[in-house]
Structures are given as C-alpha cells and as structure tokens.
Design a protein around this ligand. Structure first.
Ligand SMILES: [Zn+2]
Length: 107
C-alpha cells in the first residue's frame, strides 16, 4: 500500500482507497490518467485563483500609492491613513500571493 495525494484536495490517502477520506470524492473508477488530469486541473484552478488575488492586491497597492501621490492627503488625516494602509496591505498581500504561487509550482 502506498500513499498518494488525493487529486481533488491534495491530502495524503492510500492508493487503494476507493474514496478520499477527506473530501469524499470517488476514486474507484478513476484510472491513473484521470487522476493526473484532475490533479492538473485543480492546480491550474488554484494558481488562477492566486493570480486573481495578486491582481487584486496590486490594485490595492496602486490605489493606495495613487491616492497618496495625486490625492495629496494631509499626513495624519483619515484619507492618508486609508491610502497608506491600502498600499501596505496590497504590498504584503501581493508578496504572500507570489510566495504561494511559487510553492504551488514547486509541488
Ligand atoms: Zn480528497
């Protein structure tokens, strides 16, 4: 008996299992090729989602920076806090997403 990754949820399951014990997807009728295909689809879906998140994070970052530059809010004002907060959140969110994409690609 060997351990494989579930093609649906990527958790470790027995290669003999007819059904994933974590997400309950039926594996019994799937051959090796179908499993690999499903796994690939999931990976693409996941990286697509991360890409969307990075885009959104980038938007936050640019929006914040843009507001700081062109809005020229008074330092210490609510607008200033919002703009710099949004830029900071966008920046870190973007970094986190990039790291997650790299980890995903390595798997
Ligand atoms: Zn599963």
């Amino acid at each position: 008996m060997a351990l494989i990754n579930c093609p649906n949820c990527s958790k470790k399951i027995s290669s003999l299992a007819k059904e994933c014990e974590h997400c309950h997807i039926t594996l019994g009728d799937m051959d090796e090729e179908q499993r690999i295909n499903l796994q690939r689809m999931k990976k693409i879906e996941q990286s697509q989602k991360l890409m969307n998140h990075s885009m959104l994070a980038m938007l936050f970052f640019c929006g914040g920076i843009g507001a700081l530059f062109w809005g020229e809010p008074e330092p210490g004002s609510v607008q200033y806090m919002l703009a710099s907060g949004s830029a900071a959140i966008g920046f870190f969110w973007y970094l986190i997403n990039r790291v997650r994409i790299i980890i995903l690609k390595r798997k």
